[in-house]
Design a protein. Structure first.
Length: 149
């Protein structure tokens, strides 16, 4: 799977986990087109997974957060108004934008931009035209309390 195909996958599904098990599709498994046992870092196609993840996280059409079960989640831009509409249903940690950086030293640094600081102009306005039920439906069944963090 290429970066463009991964972005199309995220757009189609709306909410996708990077690699963790959960109630929504996993991008790592879509990239390699098979189930991954254990860490994707040990998979023979780990370099491809990493490259696609980097491209996806650099996209302006994808929010990287910890929305589903506190795990790295990709949310496509088309769902940002729905997410904004029901943001009160989630913890501030779940809806903060996550930026992961790999330093030259090899150290991994995570920075977060709190909600709603990451929200582009126009999203809040579009959210006012969506009912809570429409927002929940757009985001999917995983938003039911029994399926969330």
């Amino acid at each position: 799977m290429t970066a463009a195909e991964a972005l199309a996958f995220i757009e189609e599904h709306g909410v996708v986990l990077a690699s963790a098990k959960g109630p929504v599709p996993r991008l790592a498994e879509a990239i390699v087109n098979e189930s991954i046992k254990g860490s994707w870092w040990a998979h023979p196609k780990s370099r491809q997974i990493f490259a696609v993840f980097r491209a996806v996280t650099d996209s302006e059409d994808v929010l990287v957060c910890r929305l589903v079960n506190g795990k790295i989640t990709f949310v496509h831009r088309r769902l940002w108004p729905a997410l904004f509409r029901i943001a009160q249903r989630f913890s501030s940690r779940q809806i903060a934008q996550v930026h992961e950086e790999h330093m030259a030293s090899g150290r991994h640094v995570t920075r977060e931009v709190p909600f709603p600081n990451w929200v582009p102009s126009g999203v809040a306005e579009r959210a006012t035209s969506i009912t809570e039920g429409e927002a929940l439906s757009a985001l999917g069944r995983w938003t039911l309390p029994s399926n969330r963090e």
